[in-house]
Design a protein around this ligand. Structure first.
Ligand code: MG
Length: 424
């Protein structure tokens, strides 16, 4: 059996843990740049706030005090996720962290006495320790566990657990699941199936295998087999290895001039370089990209990227910024409304293995001084706030920066944001 542990309205729930006044009221968390709703409370769902409802469409309700919202606070959500998955591991150790609010656990390697009871206890422990409500769905495969989780949310709110252990429960759950809600069936195939009169997961599972294969290729057959209880999607314990370290964000508005784009890029390079140094690595390549909105209708679209090879692998912010800006100037074209710039540092190697270039002398006194200076700068920035000491190219206005007007505090990761409790 496999369990899927999924937090309910995760971002909203994480906000509510530290701001109890938000409980029981309609509310949502907004996407990057405060664009639209990406996580909604149940109360918000009830008053018709949809996934992706734009921020401006809710403004009137907010002014009337009918709804609250927050900018997305990934620092907080990531830390809450770390806490939740840690508690889960104590009960079910075979764990795959699937996304920021979901993890799968393989229960087959242990003989659990009463899986359902264990899951109910685990769920209340998570709620007690973190304040975040989760639901647990248990089924024979990942696809079935996903369906079980939805049933748990819908029909077993009090225990938060649904254990799909009998054929009767499986058939009932499949009957209750619309075809478009089955994990692995994209909207295109869902439409195809509906057109042919197959509306639920049960209709789908009752189709002959050959028919599914012909209609939907191997991917579709995989989902069909998973719904039959045959494990086709394995557990993935190791997160896929990252090729590089990247940062890129949308601007708060479209940018046309080179100067603000340069500033933003310098900022991202500086931030990724810190991560690089924290890993005791250097990079030998850098990938810079620049793009207009892919949804641009009125204006022309443009998307460019450049792969830069460094003469000598480095983690020095100044050198990386210089290279990145030179690359940016090559791909920048005037006359476009740009939405996003970003950088990825690639070809990471431990900083002890740097190969000197033929044309550059081995680190001289100046270079060693610079490395010491960077250490001090990193320390200052980590104690007094990011970018306290910065390169001139990064500018000061941050006029391009992502909008995060309604950001809550970093309650769990910054000492000055920790809630003070008074004792008398
Ligand atoms: Mg969720």
């Amino acid at each position: 059996m496999l369990a899927l542990i999924d937090s309910n309205n995760f971002y909203v729930s994480a906000e509510r843990v530290f701001q109890p006044a938000l409980r029981g009221r309609p509310g949502c968390v907004l996407s990057n740049n405060d664009g639209c709703a990406i996580s909604r409370s149940n109360e918000a769902k009830e008053i018709g706030i949809k996934m992706g409802t734009p921020y401006f469409a809710m403004q009137e309700q907010q002014q009337l005090g009918e709804i609250w919202w927050r900018s997305s606070n990934y620092t907080l959500y990531q830390d809450m996720m770390r806490r939740i998955t840690g508690i889960v591991r104590d009960t079910f150790p075979d764990q795959e962290i699937y996304s920021i609010d979901e993890c799968y656990c393989d229960l087959s390697s242990f003989a659990y006495h009463d899986i359902e009871k264990q899951a109910i206890l685990l769920r209340s422990k998570i709620l007690q320790y973190t304040g975040v409500p989760v639901c647990i769905g248990i089924g024979a495969t990942k696809t079935l566990a996903k369906i079980a989780n939805k049933i748990a949310k819908k029909e077993h709110a009090s225990t938060g657990v649904f254990f799909m252990d009998t054929q009767e429960k499986i058939d009932y759950s499949l009957q209750e699941t619309a075809i478009e809600d089955v994990w692995g069936i994209g909207p295109r195939y869902a439409i195809k199936l509906i057109k042919q009169g197959f509306y639920t997961a049960l209709d789908f599972v009752n189709l002959p295998e050959d028919y599914v294969l012909k209609l939907m290729t191997i991917q579709g057959r995989r989902t069909w087999r998973e719904l039959q209880g045959e494990r086709c999607i394995p557990m993935e314990y190791e997160p896929p290895a990252k090729e590089g370290i990247s940062t890129g964000r949308s601007f708060c508005k479209m940018e046309t001039e080179l100067a603000p784009i340069e500033e933003a890029l310098a900022f991202y390079v500086a931030n990724t370089a810190v991560k690089l140094r924290n890993q005791q690595c250097v990079c030998s390549r850098m990938f810079v990209y620049l793009q207009t909105s892919q949804f641009a209708v009125v204006h022309r679209k443009y998307c460019a990227e450049i792969d830069l090879k460094l003469l000598v692998a480095t983690a020095e912010t100044g050198k990386l910024i210089k290279e990145a800006l030179a690359g940016l100037r090559k791909i920048y074209k005037p006359g476009f409304r740009y939405q996003k710039v970003g950088v990825e540092l690639r070809g990471l190697i431990p900083d002890t293995q740097v190969q000197a270039s033929l044309f550059e002398a081995v680190p001289d006194a100046k270079e060693l001084k610079m490395q010491q200076a960077l250490k001090v700068i990193d320390q200052l920035n980590s104690s007094y706030g990011r970018d306290m000491v910065r390169y001139g190219t990064m500018g000061f206005s941050k006029s391009w920066a992502m909008r995060q007007e309604f950001l809550s505090k970093r309650y769990t990761t910054r000492i000055e944001d920790v809630i003070k409790v008074k004792a008398y």
